[in-house]
Design a protein. Structure first.
Length: 279
């Protein structure tokens, strides 16, 4: 397994692989890997000849009051997970490699970025789209994998790839969950034992709402109220949003139909947790 820090070296490796007609697969991450990332790597390993993992905590997607400096990092553990999952190259650029002095070019994906998490985190998806496009340009993958837990992010990246005519297949991978249903997330490490127990109401609320939908509940307002009531039974959980939307446009729908997206964002202590379900 190669560990690559420099942009030029990563580009040389990818160019060499492509000249050999090797399929390059990229799994972009911010590190602090968990079993959800391992699933992305396992899937990626099966989809190509060369598997590249990027580890970069992207400052451009954090707001001024967000947790960039506190975001968990553990490079030795990440490298161990990478090796265990058959990664061929780990790309670990520094901030100066991605955003050199005087940097001033950003990517905005209109129509999707402003909704859901974009309302509470203005500029977040601009930072995501920018760093992902830069990683695509450096690594030059044929395929790239992203988790469906970050459903809005997946849509934004797919739209960016389509709008900019990128010859990259964007693949979504189902959410990996803990035993009680909570999605695996690096930010789960922020939770105290009490908060972690309380957070289990988030996936519970989605399961209950999905069951109610299957039982005939279609009014979006009623579905949203049901989710909120379940979550708000836990005093440490503060609902940021609950939305029922079209799964492609993320626009609100008055009446849910099969395939509608139910999304939530909840503050639990200092952690901001997101989850979603397809009705």
């Amino acid at each position: 397994m190669k560990i690559i820090e420099g942009v030029a070296e990563m580009r040389r490796l990818s160019s060499s692989l492509r000249r050999e007609d090797k399929t390059v697969v990229l799994v972009p991450t911010m590190g602090y890997l968990h079993a959800g990332h391992s699933e992305l790597l396992r899937r990626g390993r099966a989809l190509g000849d060369a598997l590249v993992l990027s580890l970069f905590v992207n400052p451009a997607q954090f707001g001024p009051s967000e947790d960039f400096s506190a975001y968990p990092r553990d490079l030795p553990r990440d490298l161990k997970v990478a090796e265990e999952n058959g990664v061929d190259a780990v790309f670990t650029p520094g901030a100066q490699d991605i955003y050199p002095q005087g940097y001033g070019t950003y990517v905005t994906v209109e129509g999707l970025s402003e909704k859901l998490c974009g309302q509470a985190r203005p500029g977040h998806f601009m930072g995501v789209a920018t760093v992902v496009l830069k990683l695509f340009n450096i690594v030059m993958p044929h395929k790239a994998l992203f988790g469906r837990k970050d459903y809005q992010q997946l849509l934004v990246i797919k739209k960016m790839a389509g709008d900019l005519n990128l010859a990259i297949e964007i693949i979504g991978v189902d959410t990996v969950r803990e035993a009680d249903g909570l999605p695996l997330s690096s930010r789960n490490s922020y939770l105290s034992p009490k908060e972690r127990k309380a957070a289990s109401v988030i996936p519970l609320s989605l399961r209950e709402a999905a069951e109610a939908f299957r039982g005939g509940l279609k009014d979006s307002r009623a579905i949203i109220d049901k989710v909120k009531k379940i979550i708000e039974k836990e005093p440490v959980c503060r609902v940021e949003y609950v939305k029922v939307t079209d799964p492609e446009t993320l626009g609100d729908v008055e009446s849910a139909v099969e395939g509608s997206l139910l999304s939530v964002a909840v503050r639990v202590g200092r952690a901001r947790l997101i989850d979603n379900a397809t009705l």
